[in-house]
Ligand binder design. Structure first.
Ligand SMILES: Nc1ncnc2c1ncn2[C@@H]1O[C@H](COP(=O)(O)OP(=O)(O)OP(=O)(O)O)[C@@H](O)[C@H]1O
Length: 252
């Protein structure tokens, strides 16, 4: 295992944002977290990285685990001059050659001397991925890395993630709202709503007629998928836990 949690909980003020989360990520697998807005996906990712203190439970990371984190958003201050090349050497200095190889591998070979603030959304995501790649991670952790990209851009980005997984053997943990990605590119799907509502192999979900009817519905489809997973028993392959219907309806 690379990362394992037991009973992980996170509070913010009086609110419990995450409660009793048990999960484990093994080497080389692609795990996708889905869930409605505000269900704690980003908080979970940040907790796994060590950016959120736990209020209860345990978090174990393999000793020496290297994480390549691609955040949901990077707020680039346009008044702060910063070339892509310099950015790639933060916090750890990398050679020109390593930077060139990483940018080429992520499909943006010509941006090294460009200002970070002048990149398109798609270029910036690839630069962030190049930076993650440079840390030679055991696991990539990506929080909605394709937010703001168009459909072809999104598809190409996820193909790249899969290629990198195959080439490096790194695991991938990502938050995604894109149903096609969840179904085609994940080994395992975790549904979150403040706690783990259910998890299982995507084929278990995609085999269901209800899911087929939903496939391709776009943004509405994610929540529908999420409901579907709650409403059906998948022969024990997905584990249903108690879940918070009031919250679900509120989010709908
Ligand atoms: N900095 C913060 N201070 C206080 N509450 C916060 C903070 N960040 C998030 N929260 C709250 O924690 C809960 C979980 O937020 P989180 O961002 O983890 O959800 P999410 O599933 O990633 O949502 P989204 O799909 O909208 O990105 C929400 O109720 C949110 O309002």
């Amino acid at each position: 295992m690379l990362i394992e949690t037991h009973g992980l909980s996170v509070r913010r003020g009086n609110a419990t944002v995450l409660r009793d989360v048990d999960l484990a990520i093994a080497q080389g697998e692609i795990v996708t977290i889905v869930g409605p807005n505000g269900s704690g996906k980003s908080t979970l990712v940040r907790a796994l990285i060590g950016l959120e203190p736990l209020s209860a439970g345990t978090l174990w990371r393999k000793p020496g685990l290297r994480i390549g984190y691609v955040p949901q958003r990077l707020h680039v201050d346009a008044t702060l001059p910063m070339t892509v090349r310099r950015f790639l050497s933060l916090p750890q200095r990398v050679s020109d050659e390593a930077a060139r190889v990483a940018l080429t591998r992520t499909g943006v070979p010509d941006v090294a001397q460009r200002q970070l603030s002048g990149l398109s959304g798609g270029q910036l995501q690839r630069v962030l991925l190049a930076r993650a790649l440079l840390s030679q991670p055991d696991i990539f952790i990506l929080d909605e890395p394709t937010q703001g990209l168009d459909q072809p851009g999104t598809a190409a980005f996820y193909r790249l993630i899969e290629e990198l997984r195959a080439e490096t053997g790194a695991a991938v943990l990502m938050v995604s709202h894109d149903l096609h990605v969840v179904m085609s590119a994940s080994d395992r799907v975790i549904c979150l709503n403040g706690h783990v509502c259910c998890q299982g192999a995507p084929h278990v979900v995609s085999a269901a007629p209800e899911y087929r009817a939903l496939f391709g519905l776009g943004t509405g489809g994610t929540l529908a998928l999420y409901r579907h997973l709650h409403d059906h028993d998948h022969d024990g392959e997905a584990h249903a836990h108690n879940h918070d219907h009031a919250r679900e309806h509120e989010d709908a």
